[in-house]
Design a protein around this ligand. Structure first.
Ligand SMILES: CNc1ncnc2c1ncn2[C@@H]1O[C@H](COP(=O)(O)OP(=O)(O)OP(=O)(O)O)[C@@H](O)[C@H]1O
Length: 198
């Protein structure tokens, strides 16, 4: 990202950010193609039973971009020309580590999509995502783009509570950054999201 300031897209919650004592690096990768988005249903571990992109911890000696390719392959069986598109920072109340997550996207992939021990991949229809606030219309003239994938819409009610703020930005092709702090009930307690000016 350049040094340009970000446009604020959303902010809210309590006055103070949560404290944290260390930061762990993670990745998250999203592949879209022909009006559909590939997500994985997480079968175990952190974020179990939620849909998400494919990602995980950056291992020692790896760059985030290398980790993103490795995690995508391990969890979904595919390779993709990933491009960096955003940075997210999360603090959860009962964890001393904060999450620094580099987000990547791609519009093509190779290989066969394969279920792993950790993730069950599934395609979703992208278009309903543009109905959420802060998203750009799909077509330049503002009209909704035709879509008839027959797939279910992006399952925001089975995803992390922060996702509706930034996923539409990613789908609109914008670069973004944000922070969200969670309460012990799993809900957002304070958040800020911004995107590079278009
Ligand atoms: C709090 N709000 C959040 N919103 C959206 N996505 C979030 C997230 N917090 C973590 N994530 C993602 O969840 C995955 C965890 O990865 P996680 O399974 O723990 O890592 P990894 O695959 O290395 O684990 P193993 O140790 O191999 O099981 C990883 O994609 C990471 O980007």
């Amino acid at each position: 990202m350049s040094s340009e300031r970000l446009d604020e897209v959303a902010r809210g919650g309590v006055p103070d950010w949560l404290p944290f004592s260390k930061i762990k690096l993670y990745t998250n990768a999203f592949v879209r193609q022909d009006g559909k988005l590939l997500l994985g249903y997480k079968k175990r571990g952190f974020g179990k039973d939620l849909y998400n992109g494919f990602g995980g911890k950056v291992e020692p000696g790896e760059t985030p971009a290398q980790a993103a390719l490795r995690e995508l392959e391990e969890e979904s069986g595919i390779a993709a020309p990933l491009e960096h598109c955003g940075v997210l920072f999360f603090v959860l109340p009962d964890l001393e580590q904060a999450f620094h997550i580099d987000i990547f996207r791609a519009e093509e992939y190779s290989g066969a999509i394969t279920e792993s021990d950790e993730m069950r991949p599934q395609w979703f229809d992208i278009e309903p995502a543009y109905a959420t606030p802060n998203a750009k219309p799909a077509a330049a003239d503002g009209s909704p783009k035709e879509h008839n994938t027959g797939l279910p819409p992006i399952p925001y009610d089975q995803m992390w509570a922060d996702d509706p703020f930034w996923l539409p930005l990613m789908l609109a092709g914008r670069h973004f950054a944000g922070r969200a702090d969670f309460g012990s009930d799993g809900r957002l307690q304070k958040w800020w999201f911004g995107a590079k000016p278009v």
